[in-house]
Design a protein around this ligand. Structure first.
Ligand code: NAP
Length: 267
């Protein structure tokens, strides 16, 4: 099936910056009407102004995705404005770059709240409307860390693995409602992600500036939605690492462990 985004009614979380902002532009360019969600209302309003200037249809709904009342309001306002719902793009996320031995239960819970419980519960709130949508889909932005747990990203990896697992289970469950589930697995992307980390003392170096451009990733995201792909890995490095891990898992783990040991020895 090819999904025509013209006139589609979408909710996009994490629209205020980084990858989400680029996805919003891509969806609107493809003809979708988009409810933009995030906590930063000024950034959302500026984005909506920019999108409307190109003839796009965008609605601003300031939302903290960890709050149940905000999630329900987001769904209600989108449905009221657009007359229904066809797409839910769960993109909002946070990370923490630090090692488990020195981390805290609070960081674990905060990462899980934003990256796992929020998209799960937003999807629960949106399902009654999605089930009545046209070519409806839930789109989950996970991560390469959701297919291979990475050192210095323990909480993040766990949260993204959980989202990947839920997406796979949903795919089987939601088929009877005609709702597709699309799992997106990006590698390193040069967004604002590195500036919003809960911790930044991981000893494994991470070079966001060498990552994909958000616009480049967003073009792939829109194409994946239009082509109704089941799962897509984005970024050459992510694809290479996941393939290498698939065929040589023991060697991959040994190389990763050696890198961490060397990082600690150097420090
Ligand atoms: N950058 C990468 O290398 C990379 C790689 C793989 C996957 N990803 C995933 O891609 C997604 C987008 O990340 P990004 O790189 O664009 O990061 P970003 O630039 O930090 O943007 C994160 C977005 O999430 C929103 N957000 C965070 N907490 C929120 C909350 N409690 N309620 C509502 N919105 C919240 C932020 O909006 P407000 O601050 O306005 O709330 C912001 O719009 C995330 O799921 C991330 O895990 C990123």
């Amino acid at each position: 099936m090819r999904r025509d985004l013209t006139g589609k009614r979408a909710i996009l979380t994490g629209a205020s910056g980084g990858i989400g902002r680029a996805i919003a532009a891509g969806l609107v360019k493809a003809g979708a009407r988009v409810a933009l969600a995030g906590r930063n209302a000024d950034a959302l309003n500026q984005l909506a102004t920019d999108l409307r200037a190109t003839g796009g249809n965008a609605l601003v709904v300031p939302t903290d995705v960890t709050k149940p009342e905000d999630r329900q309001q987001l769904v209600d306002r989108a449905v009221e404005a657009f007359g229904g719902l066809d797409l839910l793009v769960n993109n909002a996320g946070i990370g923490s770059h630090g090692h488990f031995a020195t981390s805290t239960p609070e960081i674990m819970r905060q990462v899980m709240e934003v990256n796992f419980f929020a998209p799960i519960e937003l999807t629960r709130a949106a399902m009654p409307d999605l089930m009545n949508g046209y070519q409806p889909a839930v789109v989950n932005l996970t991560s390469m860390c959701g297919r291979k747990g990475m050192p210095a990203w323990p909480e993040y990896s766990a949260s993204k693995f959980a989202l990947v697992g839920m997406s796979e289970a949903w795919r089987g469950e939601f088929a009877r409602f005609g709702v597709d589930v699309i799992t997106l697995v990006p590698g390193l992307t040069n967004s604002g992600f590195g500036n919003h980390l809960l911790r930044t003392d991981g000893r494994v170096e991470i070079r966001f500036h060498e990552g994909m451009k958000p616009d480049e990733l967003a073009a792939g995201v829109v194409a994946a939605i239009e082509r109704n792909r089941r799962e897509v890995v984005f970024g050459g490095e992510a694809r290479r690492l996941l393939r290498f891990n698939k065929f040589f898992p023991r060697l991959t783990n040994w190389l990763i462990a050696r890198k961490v040991k060397q990082a600690y020895a150097k420090a």
